[in-house]
Design a protein around this ligand. Structure first.
Ligand SMILES: [Zn+2]
Length: 72
């Protein structure tokens, strides 16, 4: 599967919307919060705090982006 920029895709209960090759807006489908995330960073609180304690930690937003990228 190849993904297009500026097309929304469902990854489980998240919507991933790439704004360029690297970055995407990730939204819970029932939530209005948009998080800007890429393959190795995300602006959600979970990632910001957990990655400080545990290097290499990925949140579900990053996981969704990686899964999109792997499929392409
Ligand atoms: Zn996140």
């Amino acid at each position: 599967m190849t993904f297009k920029i500026r097309e929304p895709y469902f990854v489980d209960d998240l919507v991933v919307y790439f704004i360029n090759e690297k970055e995407a807006l990730v939204t819970d489908y029932d939530c209005r919060w948009e998080l800007r995330a890429s393959e190795d960073s995300c602006e959600c609180c979970t990632f910001r705090f957990r990655s400080r304690v545990k290097p290499g930690f990925i949140c579900r937003h990053i996981d969704a982006i990686r899964r999109m990228k792997q499929q392409s």
